[in-house]
Write a protein that binds this ligand. Structure first.
Ligand SMILES: Cc1cc2nc3c(=O)[nH]c(=O)nc-3n(C[C@H](O)[C@H](O)[C@H](O)COP(=O)(O)OP(=O)(O)OC[C@H]3O[C@@H](n4cnc5c(N)ncnc54)[C@H](O)[C@@H]3O)c2cc1C
Length: 431
């Protein structure tokens, strides 16, 4: 069951290795702003930062703590492109718009580079990422993916690796090969999120924590964003609540929750490994995902822990399940201790296509990054800010993408997610 209101950070490796510690006050009196952002994860903070850089007065309302949600718990892998293949977008919106979408996905990585440099954010940002295939059919998918980005858009940063080339960098025998991308990378997600918040605060953005939004109403040509204790009056509102959308009343989300299926993902962190053992797992600093539908993803942290994640439906004793998954990839870790385990909701859509748009002319949202949110949220913040500032061209390209709805109440949706996960497990076994 998803909860956020008045929560503290969940225990995790990221929380224990955070490099900033601030607690911000709750909203206690009525405030005015040009823009009110609901949710202080990557997306909300990215939008707030872009708007504050352009001189807008911005207030961010966070129901729990900055980075409490997926942003502060994720695998930290910033991957270019989209979960759905770019070929599908060429079919949907035509070549020129698909090219713009592809270029925007590359810009999403540049945004991370820029912000880290501009605001001096310490978050262990490292380039290098590989998608790995467990059998020849899935290797064919990677060959297609490389061809699509290279032939269509001239992208040069990807390299196909056969089993032998992969083995030079990865100490696992279970893959047949992979696709390495030197431009994607990984970071400490909570420290990046706290760094974005710090940058916002320095530009005059007001961030209120422990301030859950309970209602949103139009009043005298403005928007009143009500928390459980007070309210913000703003011209524009950005809904940046991600998978927590399901917990909100219809008066806030107006049915856009139908596009999101929150899938639980779990991560374990080992104890710090010796340099020799760490190098025997991954020796080039890359992060890794396989290309299953329910995938495993992993990387080494700055202090040489293996952070190993898997998508799944909740099972009893997830740490034991995750350890089993990890040992399947790296049996050499049999004697290594697991220090941490935590979970969070990934904002999937039915067709893994991001869902960006407007509920009304002054209420904006983006969601459904489908496993690419670490990178795409930065871009989403920028293009929603552009729209608020008067140029919605790029937002309209995203609004043209088709995202199916899941009908039925919460029970039906939970069931759909569980059945979907089981179905994906079945497909992964036989694809
Ligand atoms: C375990 C895990 C691993 C992942 N790994 C990766 C990965 O490696 N790469 C990748 O690209 N993506 C990954 N993701 C997905 C990625 O983290 C998300 O797509 C991204 O962080 C979404 O950012 P966000 O700002 O939209 O949402 P969030 O970070 O979830 O922020 C939403 C915020 O809104 C707040 N909120 C909700 N409702 C209200 C309300 N009513 N009032 C006030 N505040 C409210 C919440 O408390 C929360 O802080 C992972 C996700 C999880 C959970």
């Amino acid at each position: 069951m998803l909860t956020f209101a008045h929560q503290e950070h969940i225990p995790s490796y990221y929380f224990d290795s955070r490099n900033q510690d601030f607690q911000l006050p709750a909203l206690s009196q009525i405030e005015q702003a040009d823009v009110c952002v609901i949710g202080a994860g990557f997306f909300g903070l990215s939008a707030a930062l872009e708007l504050a850089e352009k001189g807008k007065k911005v207030i961010v309302l966070e129901g729990a703590r900055v980075g409490f949600g997926a942003s502060g718990r994720s695998g930290g892998q910033a991957i270019n492109g989209f979960e759905e293949g770019i070929d599908e977008y060429i079919k949907q919106v035509g070549f020129d718009k698909a090219r713009k979408l592809w270029e925007m996905s590359l810009e999403a990585i540049d945004i991370i580079d820029e912000r880290i440099a501009k605001y001096g954010i310490q978050c262990d940002w490292k380039k290098g990422y590989a998608t790995l295939a467990l059998n020849d059919r899935r290797m064919d998918d990677l060959i297609e993916m490389e061809k699509a980005s290279h032939e269509n858009f001239g992208y040069q940063n990807m390299q196909l690796w056969d089993k032998a080339q992969l083995k030079r960098h990865l100490g696992s025998d279970i893959y047949v090969g992979g696709l390495y991308d030197s431009n994607s990378g990984h970071l400490h997600p909570l420290n990046y999120c706290l760094g974005l918040a710090k940058a916002c605060l320095n530009l005059g953005v007001q961030i209120f924590e422990q301030s859950p939004v309970v209602d949103l109403i139009e009043k005298n040509g403005a928007l009143e964003v009500k928390t459980d204790r007070s309210a913000v009056i703003a011209q524009d509102v950005i809904l940046a609540v991600n998978a927590y959308i399901d917990v909100l009343p219809n008066s806030i989300h107006h049915g856009i929750n139908r596009k999101i299926l929150p899938v639980e993902s779990f991560i374990i962190a080992t104890e710090p490994l010796s340099q020799t053992l760490a190098d025997s797992l991954i020796n080039n600093g890359m992060s890794v995902c396989d290309n299953n539908l329910l995938l495993d993803y992993y990387r080494l942290s700055a202090d040489n822990r293996l952070l190993f994640g898997s998508d799944s439906s909740s099972e009893k004793d997830m740490i034991a399940v995750m350890r089993r998954n990890m040992l399947h990839v790296f049996p050499q870790l049999e004697d290594v201790k697991i220090d941490y385990g935590w979970a969070g909701p990934i904002d999937m859509t039915m067709n893994s296509t991001p869902h960006f748009g407007r509920i009304s002319p002054h209420i904006y949202f983006t969601q459904g990054y489908s496993g690419h949110g670490v990178a795409l949220t930065g871009l989403a913040g920028r293009i929603v800010a552009e729209a608020i500032l008067g140029d919605d061209q790029r937002l309209r390209i995203f609004e043209g993408l088709k995202v199916p709805s899941v009908y039925g109440g919460k029970i039906v949706k939970n069931l759909a997610t569980k059945i979907g996960v089981q179905y994906y497990k079945f497909l992964d076994r036989f694809r």
